[in-house]
Design a protein around this ligand. Structure first.
Ligand code: SF4
Ligand code: MG
Length: 320
């Protein structure tokens, strides 16, 4: 299959400023050496607790933040090598969907206009045919024609997410980065929106980078999964491989917290102690060692290598 997105050794450090002269006194290593490959039409799930840097990965890929180091290639094009104009012409092909679409919708703009305006902006529709295009994309997202002239506040949370998806889809993207797109919704509505993501993928050949703290959502939707902790990738594997054979203690801990038992999996119950440490001052060695029930001496001083263990399965742990 064709590689769509290639992220290599991506780092995003935010400076910590302090004092009268606003000196840089340190860095928050929000993204600390992350590599991800996404093929056309595939769904890569990026999982981790809040504060693990997942959202920053998404934003840095899209150049909504500048990277600190590393490489991002989209369809073979170095996204950090292009100028503003070239980036603008690539933007429609890579869309971001947020947890709360309401925050990006102008409350005074009718939703048909909100969807249509991005099409007109990017020359994907004309004044004459924009209404038809808007109706088409609304229908694709499960919205009804009679809703075209309504305002955002007239919609429920699930419908607003459909509007957010419709607006992204209006630009005919190849990649959608979806950042916790169902986390704010009721469970029954979550399932509907996840089904919508799946239908759209089939119809449009979309690829997703699906960011979530919820492993059960990711298991349902994704073809490959990466598990992040404190800005680093701890484990990546094809979905079935990861869920039947989780190797990293952190992944095992996340899985043992899924309320519905995962079939075929003999699960040890691993309860994590404490909170995720500050990314401004991450633990030395393995970043997970302060919470890992299996930590040995070497974990405190030596960073485990992220290495291939077969079946397209990668893991960073000294004891695996
Ligand atoms: Fe735990 Fe050590 Fe493995 Fe880190 S390297 S996950 S601390 S066993
Ligand atoms: Mg986030």
């Amino acid at each position: 299959s064709k590689v769509l997105l290639e992220v290599k050794n991506l780092k995003k450090y935010f400076p910590i400023k302090a004092g009268l002269l606003n000196r840089t006194v340190g860095h928050v290593k929000a993204v600390d050496d992350i590599s991800i490959t996404i093929n056309a039409g595939e769904t890569f799930g990026l999982v981790g607790e809040s504060g693990s840097g997942k959202s920053t990965v998404g934003k840095t890929i899209l150049r909504l933040h500048d990277k600190t180091e590393g490489e991002v290639k989209f369809k073979g094009i170095d996204l950090y090598g292009v100028n503003k104009e070239e980036l603008r012409s690539l933007r429609p092909k890579m869309q971001l969907i947020f947890q709360d679409p309401y925050s990006s919708l102008n409350p005074r703009v009718r939703i048909g206009d909100a969807i249509g305006e991005v099409m007109l902006d990017h020359g994907l529709a004309t004044k004459e045919n924009v209404r038809d295009h808007v109706l088409e994309v609304m229908e694709l997202c499960g919205l009804s024609a009679y809703q075209i002239d309504r305002f955002p506040h007239e919609f429920s949370g699930g419908q607003r997410q459909r509007i957010g998806i419709a607006r992204a889809l209006a630009l005919n993207p190849d990649l959608i980065i979806a950042d916790e797109p169902v986390s704010a919704l009721d469970v029954s509505i979550q399932a509907q929106i996840i089904n919508l993501f799946q239908q759209l993928q089939k119809k449009r050949g979309l690829a997703y980078l699906f960011i979530s703290h919820d492993l059960s959502v990711v298991e349902h939707l994704c073809t490959r999964v990466g598990v992040m902790y404190l800005g680093s990738m701890m484990e990546t594997a094809p979905r079935d491989e990861l869920f039947s054979n989780p190797l990293h203690p952190y992944t095992k801990a996340l899985m043992s917290a899924i309320p519905v038992p995962v079939p075929k999996l003999k699960r040890e119950r691993i309860v994590l102690k404490g909170d995720i440490p500050s990314p401004a001052n991450p633990p030395a060695g393995c970043k997970f060692h302060t919470r890992c029930p299996f930590a040995v001496d070497i974990c405190k001083s030596q960073k485990p290598e992220f290495r291939h263990v077969g079946n397209d399965h990668y893991v960073a742990c000294h004891i695996v």
